[in-house]
Design a binder for this molecule. Structure first.
Ligand code: NAD
Length: 481
C-alpha cells in the first residue's frame, strides 16, 4: 500500500524536530494498521487504567508541585476518578459504537444495502491547559484511542512536573508511535498546532483557540475547541438562597475557582442580595474554617494568574464596587499564592471583572428585578460554556433552557454535568465548538463513512442515457403524486 505523503519542513529546533519525527512515525504506523480491532482498543484502555492507578500518587504530587499546592482530594476526585470513570464508560460502550449502522435505502436506489462504518481518523493532537492537566489530557485521549487513533499530547508549560509523570505513564501504556507527550510554551506550542493532524483537540482560552483554528486551517484539520468564558448562575426568587449558596460556593472554591465551568457571576433578585452574601459566608466558613495551611484549599497556579486576579479586584474597587473577602480564619494572605473567595457587589460592565473570564476565587453578584432581566443579561453576552439555573418549577426551567444558549445547562447544580460520561461536553460560540464525552466523543474522533453496496442486479441500467420512455414515465409518476 502507498502511504499518504505528508511533507514537513524539518525544524532546526531539536525538540520540534523530535515532535515532527514522532508525528511521521505515528502517521506511518497508522497507515500500516488503520483499523485497530475492538480487542486492541480495549487492551489500550485497560493498560491506561492500570498505569493510571499505578502512577496515581506520583500524579497527585506532581500536580501539587505545579500548583504550589493542589488539594490531593480534588486531584483524586476531579482528575483521576473522572478519568477512570471515562475509561470504564468507553469500555462498556465501545463494541456497540464500533458496530456498522444499517441505514435505509430510498426505493429508487433499490436493491442496495446502506450502512455507516466508523473508521479511526489517524493521528490526533491534544493540547492541554494547566488547570486540570490529567483529566484534560487523558479524557480526550480515552475517546481518541477508543475510536482507534494514535495520539500526540501537548501539555501546558505551567504543568511540567505533571507532564513528566504523564510521559512516563503513557510510555508504559504504548510506544511513542502510538502515544506521545510533549510539554512547553512558545515555539513548541505553535509548532505542535501546525502539525498536519487528522484531528486537533484544544482545551484552553478563547483567544488562543482562535490561533489554533487558524493554524489548523492550513491543513483543513478538523478542530474540537474546548474554550472558556463567563458561566452565569441565575437564582430564581423562589429558590432557597442557602441551598444555592451551598452549591455555588462548592463550585467556586473547587480548585480555587480555576475551573472552566466554575460559576463566573451570579444573578439574583435585588431584595435577596444580602441574604445570598450571608449564605455564601456561612457556607465558606463551614467548608474551610481556615485556608492558608488547609490542604483542602488549592493555590493559584502562578504569580501571573495571582497578579491578574488581584488586578481584577483592584480595578473593581477603584471603579466603585464593594469587595467582600470571605476569610473564615482571618488569615494574612499577603504572602503565598492562596487567595480567599471574594464576592464583588455593585459591578458595572466597564469593570475588568465583567470583561474577562475570572478563572479564580472572585465572584461578582448582580441584583436583577426579574427572570426576564437575568435572561436578557445572559443573552447580551457571548454564549457561555455552562449556565446554571436554580429553580424547581418545570415550566420556568424549560423557558430558561429554550431562551438561552450555552454548552451545558445545570439545573440546581454546578460543575457536576462535566462528570456525567453519558452527556456530551463542549461549548458554543465563544466557549467552543464540537463535543466529546459520550458517543459524541467517539464520533468526533471517527470518520462516519457512508457505504452503499449494490448487488449484481442493476435496475438503474434501464434509466441510463439516452433517456427513454421508461425514465420519463417514472419521473412523471413521481412528480404528479
Ligand atoms: P491557554 O489558552 O493559555 O493555553 C492552553 C494550551 O495552549 C497550553 O498548552 C498552552 O501552552 C497552549 N498554547 C498557548 N498559546 C499557544 C499558541 N499560540 N499556539 C499553540 N498552543 C498554544 O489556556 P490556559 O491558561 O492553559 O487554561 C485556561 C483556559 O482554559 C481558560 O480560559 C479556561 O476556561 C479554559 N479551559 C476550558 C476547558 C473546557 O473544557 N472548555 C477546560 C479547562 C480550561
Amino acid at each position: 500500500m502507498v502511504a499518504q505523503v505528508v511533507v514537513l519542513e524539518m525544524s532546526t529546533n531539536p525538540d520540534v524536530a523530535d515532535m515532527q519525527r514522532i508525528f511521521h512515525a505515528q502517521r506511518n504506523g497508522f497507515q500500516a494498521h488503520p483499523m485497530p480491532s475492538l480487542k486492541d482498543r480495549l487492551v489500550l484502555l485497560q493498560r491506561l487504567r492500570t498505569f493510571l492507578l499505578q502512577f496515581k500518587d506520583d500524579l497527585i504530587e506532581a500536580v501539587s508541585a505545579d500548583f504550589g499546592h493542589r488539594s490531593p482530594d480534588e486531584t483524586l476526585f476531579a482528575e483521576i476518578m473522572t478519568t477512570l470513570e471515562a475509561i470504564k464508560y468507553h469500555e462498556s460502550h465501545l463494541a456497540e459504537w464500533m458496530r456498522p449502522q444499517k441505514r435505509q435505502v430510498n426505493p429508487m436506489h433499490l436493491p442496495a444495502k446502506a450502512r455507516v462504518v466508523y473508521q479511526p481518523l489517524g493521528v490526533v493532537g491534544i493540547i492541554v491547559p494547566w488547570n486540570y492537566p490529567i483529566f484534560l489530557a487523558l479524557g480526550p485521549l480515552t475517546a481518541a484511542i477508543a475510536a482507534g487513533n494514535r495520539v500526540m499530547i501537548k501539555m501546558s508549560g505551567f504543568t511540567c512536573a505533571t507532564a513528566s509523570v504523564l510521559s512516563r505513564l503513557l510510555a508504559e501504556v504504548a510506544p511513542s508511535d502510538v502515544l506521545a507527550v510533549y510539554a512547553g510554551r512558545g515555539e513548541i506550542s505553535e509548532a505542535f498546532s501546525r502539525l498536519p493532524f487528522d484531528q486537533l483537540t484544544f482545551t484552553g482560552s478563547t483567544e488562543v483557540g482562535k490561533k489554533i483554528m487558524t493554524a489548523a486551517a492550513e491543513h483543513l484539520t478538523p478542530v474540537l475547541l474546548e474554550l472558556g468564558g463567563k458561566s452565569p448562575a441565575i437564582i430564581h426568587d423562589s429558590f432557597s438562597v442557602e441551598m444555592a449558596a451551598e452549591r455555588i460556593a462548592f463550585g467556586k472554591c473547587w480548585n480555587a475557582g480555576q475551573t472552566c465551568v466554575a460559576p463566573d457571576y451570579v444573578l439574583c433578585n435585588h431584595s435577596r442580595l444580602q441574604d445570598f452574601v450571608r449564605a455564601m459566608q456561612k457556607q465558606v466558613h463551614a467548608m474551610y474554617p481556615t485556608m492558608r495551611e488547609n490542604a483542602d484549599y488549592t493555590a493559584i497556579i502562578n504569580e501571573k494568574q495571582y497578579g491578574r486576579l488581584q488586578n481584577l479586584l483592584m480595578d473593581a474597587r477603584k471603579k466603585g464596587a464593594t469587595i467582600i473577602e470571605i476569610n473564615p480564619g482571618n488569615e494574612d494572605f499577603s504572602q503565598g499564592k492562596k487567595m480567599p473567595l471574594t464576592l464583588v457587589l455593585g459591578v458595572t460592565p466597564e469593570m475588568l471583572v465583567m470583561q474577562q473570564e475570572i478563572f479564580g476565587p472572585v465572584l461578582p453578584v448582580f441584583g436583577v428585578s426579574s427572570l426576564d432581566e437575568a435572561i436578557a443579561f445572559v443573552r447580551h453576552r457571548p454564549r457561555p460554556l455552562a449556565l446554571y439555573y436554580f429553580d424547581h418549577h418545570p415550566s420556568r426551567i424549560a423557558f430558561v433552557a429554550e431562551q438561552t444558549h450555552s454548552g451545558g445547562l445545570g439545573i440546581n447544580e454546578v460543575l457536576s454535568h462535566v462528570g456525567i460520561e453519558d452527556l456530551p461536553f463542549g461549548g458554543i460560540g465563544a466557549s467552543g465548538m464540537g463535543r466529546y464525552h459520550a458517543r459524541e466523543g467517539f464520533l468526533t474522533y471517527s470518520n462516519a463513512k457512508a457505504v452503499l453496496e449494490k448487488p449484481k442486479l442493476y435496475p438503474l441500467r434501464f434509466f441510463l442515457p439516452p433517456f427513454n420512455k421508461g425514465l420519463h414515465k417514472f419521473l412523471k409518476s413521481y412528480f404528479i403524486r
